[in-house]
Design a protein around this ligand. Sequence first.
Ligand code: XIL
Length: 458
Amino acid sequence: MAAVSALTAATVALVGLAAPAHAADPVLRDLAAAKGIYYGTAVTSSKLSGTYGAVTGAQFDSITPANEMKWGTVEPNRGSFNWAGADRVVDFAEANGQQVRGHTLVWHSQMPNWLANGSFSNTELRTIMTDHVTTEVTRYKGRIDHWDVVNEPLNEDGTMRGSKFYNQLGESYIADAFRAARAADPAAKLYINDYNTDGTGPKSNGMYSLVQRLKAQGVPIDGVGFQGHLILGQVPATLQANLQRFADLGVEVAITELDIRMTLPATDAKLAQQKTEFKAVTNACLAVARCEGVTVWGFTDSDSWIPDVFPGEGAATPYDAGFQPKPAYYGIAEALGWTGDGGGGDPTPTTGCAVTYAVQSQWNTGFTANVTVRNTGTSPVNGWTLRWTWPSGQSVTQAWNATVTQSGAQATAVNAAHNAAIAPGGSATFGFNGAWSGGNTAPGAFTLNGAACAVALS
Ligand code: XIL
């Protein structure tokens, strides 16, 4: 194994160079370990040297090959294998004291052409699939901590996704894949993984039922991965509750592919909001005892799939393209208990709100106004009551997207069912028609669930 030891020496030397961008920058893997979770990143094996390798080794205690373990990569032609990239990732992890999340064994995407386009009997296909699982898991037996055994099995409505495996084999393909993986490496934790299951909703409910069915059948499933490909301002308010309900089924949970994308260009305001949201997601994992860790899907904007797949969007990771930590990185560190930025660190979830009040139109006796309530804290708002006092005798006559009542000069707006939850950084908007006479001065103060909000008039 001379080649492996040479590689090991090289990677260790690189870690020696691993000066973080700023000398006082926190080390996420140490902070995470102290909190009992891991902090991981997806990596591109060919980049694991230089600054990229140094930051990967220094900051993260788990790595996931972004593509190198996918079926299309490891077996491009039937029976001919390419393990180079996958080996490089596993070797790097061992040299740097990191865990590995194996990603992924059975998935409808990035399959080799011979498999995707080939015709096989059901029996043949089942054997091809279980052999593949056995071969790959056996190759890395004892060296992979978590396997994403089945990836993205669901449609958006929570029903089973039509894939080559599902269409020919039915749902039992999942059980067979897990059983083959368990037999090949009993020590690896076996996960099912999907996206848009982060908050509660139809797809997440579908995953919940699927996990219940698998458990009821005695299928060896240990965990559920929530990819966490999120959009700025749309972190689900129900993330923590959702993780918890899966944990309560008796499985581990993990955030496996976190990124928070924004419409480009990134601005200071968007990056500040992104910090709040990386912090909130990390806090959600910390708040759930069986949440094992968080993996970001690429730690630098120079190694993110987002710009390729979502044109016009990007800046989705905690480091910029030049390996400088972004506010999001400090948000993660703060969630993990770091307070070294001179007081900005705050591991405790915060609450806060900002209200925009805008008169849309006004006529001799009436007016129409819109009110937007933004959650500027790091904890989700679940149900809200917004109160204000009219300065010049106005009254609300009719409202939409909230129920508004009035008592004397005080107006009280209560959320509608569809906008009850406001994620950190997210907002809810409602509107109303009002009556006025004499004056129509805007309210100067609002409270959200009893706490004062910042006010912006427009
Ligand atoms: C992405 C990789 O990051 C890209 O490099 C590749 O071109 C496409 O796949 N969900 C998953 C990951 O489970 O495997 C995907 O990774 C991102 C979405």
